[in-house]
Design a protein. Structure first.
Length: 109
């Protein structure tokens, strides 16, 4: 079982800031911005490359949740970045799809 699945099942500690039936959201342990959240679907999908047609709604819900969290965290008006890393060459470290929400100041690369 991957790290994000363990976190979603509450088998691994994490700094969880939001949870519902479909998602768990946590603070990134290596933040690149003052606000750096990981929006993690509870459904295990390795990466964008493994998406199936049936996952369209889940990905849409992921982006809409990011919009909601940006507003809640006070970064929606100043701007923020949404990033899916895909594969090791794209910076993906954990093989479980997740969306980075970064903002609130300087975003470090």
């Amino acid at each position: 079982m991957c790290l994000f699945c363990k976190i979603a099942n509450h088998e691994q500690d994490a700094d969880i800031v939001y949870e519902d039936k479909k998602f768990i959201v946590l603070n990134d342990i290596n933040p690149k911005a003052p606000t750096h959240l990981l929006i993690v679907p509870k459904k295990h999908i390795d990466s964008i490359n493994e998406l199936e047609e049936a996952d369209r709604e889940l990905i849409s819900d992921t982006i809409f949740l990011a919009k909601k969290l940006a507003l809640k965290n006070g970064i929606s008006k100043k701007g923020y970045r949404l990033t899916f890393n895909v594969g090791r060459g794209g910076g993906q470290i954990i093989d479980h799809i997740h969306l980075h929400l970064m903002g609130g100041g300087k975003i470090n690369e």
